[in-house]
Design a protein around this ligand. Structure first.
Ligand code: PHE
Length: 467
């Protein structure tokens, strides 16, 4: 059985795989947009505060739950609560959430592939036109790309924890970091880039209000892949000799650094494109920014580097985002697979096949939600807005559930497993944990301020989106 589940080969393997999950569209696109709209460095400071004082303890708790039980989220909650139904349900939510997030993340990744192919075919100019995105997402050829992408992902997942997930992260994560740094350095040499840098790095606290604070926490949760069982599952593949708090810190630092660098790339690029950019006009949606706005920015670079050069920069950027999305997607889809392996006692091969069918069943309507099918495009409406099937999945599972998932982990660890249980796991591999400041902080905050903050964010998101 242990053979079937697999394990990361080393601490570095874990860190790269967990960072592979964490670094995704959230870092490369959503973070720069949010930072630019919400006061630049002022947003950054709030974000860093949340990562350190709210997210880091929750990350540690999730990883410890996984490593203690060597099980998926359903198994972990269930084992540590002696099979109590309500905690089993919390575990099921931590399977359902990544299952559904995978649906729309897959669709966005398919669009990325199409964009890369179009730019390689010389069509950057076309992609920068206002109508291009709407046209691309309603093409029926998307199905072929969907099949190709799912084939690639499930092939990787068939390779297992070490031979599939870890190997992918070992290749793609360093590549991604190097590409990001080189691209950032290039953009910083463009005229007007300094306007973007100062916009990004000079704090403007007048833009900060409650909804900005709320958004910073949700963004930090999403970016660190928290609150949906991913770190529980990855924790279950983590060696019992290694240090959880230290490895977790590395993952949080890697994720936050990549987000920071993405800001340093995108903001100067936007200002070099149009020095008079009014950031209030930047779309709130990261999807809108990446697919509609960025092609225009890259195209504008042709004045400096020619059409070929601009296309090359665009291809590098979209490929980088694709790599980030791929490693995230693999992690999201692994969660239900781990659950089928543990709970249904099937082989990895069978679990992967089951999950491939299940995901395809939902990904097809999601991909048809942007014009291909009227039924799925105008699926329902709430909060006074018409919503597609894609929107519903994104609103419910991406925007709303994560803080709630984090809340259940905190309450569970503080009041059911108890901080003594958590500590017993955390001292393994970390001699300095016992009596440390971190231990004191976790013992105090996990059952008090952290769940309160998460619950408030959950309620305020629900009221914003649905009412
Ligand atoms: N953390 C990833 C990002 O920043 C996305 C993600 C969400 C990955 C949920 C896995 C699970 O985009």
């Amino acid at each position: 059985m242990a053979q079937d589940r697999g394990q990361f080969s080393s601490r570095l393997g874990f860190i790269l795989a967990a960072a592979g999950s964490a670094v995704g569209l959230g870092n490369l696109v959503a973070f720069p947009v949010m930072a630019s709209k919400n006061g630049g460095a002022a947003f950054l400071v709030i974000y860093l505060f949340f990562v350190a004082f709210i997210c880091y303890p929750v990350m540690i708790a999730e990883i410890a739950m996984g490593r203690r039980t060597t099980r998926n989220p359903v198994g972990a909650f269930s084992e540590l609560s002696d099979g109590m139904m309500r905690w089993r349900l919390a575990g099921m939510l931590a399977i359902l959430t990544p299952f559904m997030i995978a649906v729309f993340y897959t669709v966005i990744t398919v669009w990325l592939v199409v964009y890369i192919k179009e730019i390689l075919g010389g069509n950057l100019q076309y992609l920068s036109e206002a109508t291009a995105f709407g046209e691309v997402v309603s093409r029926s050829s998307l199905f072929a790309y969907l099949v190709g992408l799912l084939g690639l992902i499930f092939f990787i997942l068939l390779g297992g924890v070490k031979g599939g997930i870890e190997r992918l992260a070992r290749v793609l994560m360093p590549t991604l970091a190097v590409m990001l740094i080189l691209l950032t350095l290039f953009v910083l040499t463009l005229d007007n880039a300094s306007a973007g840098i100062s916009y990004y790095l000079v704090p403007d606290f007048s833009k900060v209000n409650l909804s900005v604070v709320n958004g910073a926490l949700s963004q930090a949760f999403f970016s660190l892949s928290l609150g949906m069982g991913i770190l529980i599952t990855y924790g279950s593949y983590f060696s019992r000799q290694d240090n959880i708090p230290q490895s977790t810190r590395m993952v949080a630092i890697a994720d936050t650094s990549i987000a920071f660098f993405a800001g340093l790339l995108i903001l100067p690029a936007i200002f070099a494109f149009d020095p008079n950019t009014n950031t209030d006009d930047l779309s709130t949606s990261s999807v809108g920014l990446i697919f509609s706005f960025l092609p225009q920015i890259f195209l504008s670079m042709q004045a400096a580097v020619g059409y070929g050069g601009a296309s090359a920069v665009a291809v590098i950027f979209f490929t980088l985002v694709f790599f980030a999305a791929l490693t995230s997607l693999v992690s999201i889809i692994e969660i239900p697979i781990a659950c089928w392996i543990d709970e249904l006692k099937v082989s990895r091969k069978k679990a992967v096949a089951m999950q491939a069918v299940l995901l395809a069943l939902f990904a097809v309507p999601a991909i048809m939600s942007l014009g291909i099918s009227d039924f799925f495009t105008t699926f329902t409406s709430y909060g006074g807005v018409s919503k597609s099937f894609f929107d519903v999945v994104s609103d419910v599972f991406y925007e709303t559930i994560l803080p709630f998932g984090g809340f259940t982990v905190c309450i569970f660890c503080a009041y059911r497993w108890k901080v003594s249980g958590l500590k017993a796991e955390l001292v393994i591999g970390d001699d300095s944990y016992s009596g440390s400041l971190l231990e004191k902080y976790i013992n105090f905050s996990l059952g008090t301020i952290i769940p309160v903050v998460l619950f408030v964010v959950f309620i305020s998101t629900v009221s914003q989106i649905y009412f």
